[in-house]
Design a protein around this ligand. Structure first.
Ligand code: AMP
Length: 105
């Protein structure tokens, strides 16, 4: 099966403006921003969607939220951001590799 665009970005096989990276996740600018700052926080583990997460993913999910804080701090937005996860095509999910939208104006 072909890698998703996010897996290609994780593998450095597709370009992205990377804002943050560690062993568990990567964060980069959304190509079609819906706010002045629109960053996607993507776990490196290939999980399709939030509904496929289990208890073993608890640390990873919490980590992604704390990475949002790190990004917000770097951008001076600690008191001004929102997070969103689209779970499933009916909810608007287009890329089936779990990601958290970080939005701030
Ligand atoms: P979702 O609808 O929650 O699956 O969100 C997918 C997001 O990925 C959309 O906001 C797209 O604009 C964004 N996107 C798609 N391809 C790329 C890409 N190559 N680089 C950065 N963001 C992308």
């Amino acid at each position: 099966m072909t890698d998703t665009i996010f897996q290609q970005i994780i593998n450095k096989q597709a370009p992205a403006n990377i804002r943050y990276e560690d062993e568990y996740c990567i964060a980069f600018d959304d190509i079609n921003p819906k706010a002045s700052i629109h960053i996607l926080i993507v776990p490196k583990k290939p999980i399709k969607m939030l509904a496929e997460c289990h208890s073993e993913d608890q640390h990873l999910l919490g980590h992604c939220l704390l990475v949002a804080n790190t990004i917000a701090e770097r951008l001076n937005r600690l008191d001004n951001y929102r997070l969103m996860i689209n779970n499933g095509a009916k909810a608007g999910q287009e890329v089936f590799h779990l990601h958290v939208h970080f939005l701030s104006n």
